[in-house]
Ligand binder design. Structure first.
Ligand code: CP
Ligand code: NVA
Length: 306
């Protein structure tokens, strides 16, 4: 049911389709750990474009393509003509003639839409300024592993963050709950927020914004944060740090969460800025499991779409 589709935003998928991605992620983990990996990308070529740096996404997706029997072609922007100003449309048209699928980490989300449209091949969002769907899939996989179900989540920090948008999209589609502690000025882009709200209304999901992080965290099972300054926001770095100074995940804040709460962060993190070192490196931290699960969700999405 998912063959041939692009994954630009989780909002483009039904609840059943997202459930399928999750189910296959768990299967892929089992296959990977028992070394019985299906060669579902046998003979397939996948171009992986990076306009911004990446460790987890780059390595998990490249590994995923390779272990599934495919051939990943990593293209850093500076090494291809895109970096010299060749239009995204032209890049897409050409790649569409060579490869079976595209993954791309882009500065502007619209570039993903262009890549998908002009290549005619399934295109996967490897992070844009707007969202990061593969991250959210790995995060909810981790939550399910830890608690046996999808619990509610509290996000503390930038209310317009790209990872948060994908967490909200997942929540909205699946009918879950997310609380967000963030300054009023930081909210998702209006068009995407409208879609999230519509989906939440249909599914019964609860998405609540708080100004007080202590109130948002009270009793929660999952405390999530991301960097205060995302890639591409360097010019407004000082402004954002000032806005977010009261939204750090500290050891004190963690005391207000449920006793068995976990701490999550998509990484890379800035210890001492958005999160205390003691939390990130402490016993409640689930960040390494979260990072590991990026591989299995990448394997799942690639084998389902391609
Ligand atoms: N979480 C994540 O996407 O990390 P990278 O930027 O290293 O890919
Ligand atoms: N919000 C961060 C996520 C990095 C994985 C960024 O866009 O830089």
């Amino acid at each position: 049911m998912l063959k041939g589709k692009s994954l630009l935003c989780l909002l483009d998928f039904s609840k059943q389709e997202i459930e399928k991605m999750m189910e296959v992620s768990f299967q892929m983990k089992n296959f990977y750990l028992t070394k019985a990996i299906p060669k579902s990308l046998d003979g397939k070529n996948v171009a992986l474009i990076f306009e911004k740096p990446s460790t987890r996404t780059r390595v998990s997706v490249e590994t995923a393509v390779r272990v599934l029997g495919g051939n990943p072609i990593v293209l850093n922007k500076s090494e291809i003509q895109l970096g010299r100003g060749e239009p995204v449309e032209d890049t897409a048209r050409v790649l569409g003639r060579y490869v079976d699928g595209i993954g791309a980490r882009v500065l502007k989300h619209e570039s993903l839409e262009i890549l998908s449209k002009y290549s005619g091949k399934p295109t996967i969002n490897l992070l844009s300024d707007l969202s990061h769907p593969l991250q959210a899939l790995a995060d909810f996989m981790t939550i399910k592993e830890k608690f046996g179900e999808y619990t509610s989540v509290t996000f503390v920090g930038d209310g317009g963050d790209n990872v948060l948008v994908s967490l909200m999209a997942f929540v909205a589609k699946m009918g879950l709950t997310i609380k967000i502690a963030s300054p009023k000025e930081l909210r998702p882009r209006e068009d995407i927020w409208k879609k999230i709200e519509e989906e939440a209304e249909k599914s019964g999901a609860i998405i609540e914004f708080y100004e007080d992080p202590y109130e948002a965290v009270r009793g929660t099972k999952v405390v999530y944060t991301d960097v205060w300054v995302s890639m591409g926001q360097e010019e407004i770095a000082e402004k954002k740090k000032a806005m977010l100074k009261d939204y750090k995940v500290t050891t004190d804040l963690m005391k207000y969460a449920s006793k068995d709460a976990i701490f999550m962060h998509c990484l890379p993190a800035v210890r001492g800025e958005e999160v205390d070192k003691e939390v990130l490196d402490g016993p409640q931290s689930a960040v390494w499991d979260e990072a590991e699960n990026r591989l299995y969700t990448a394997m799942s999405v690639l084998s389902l779409l391609l």
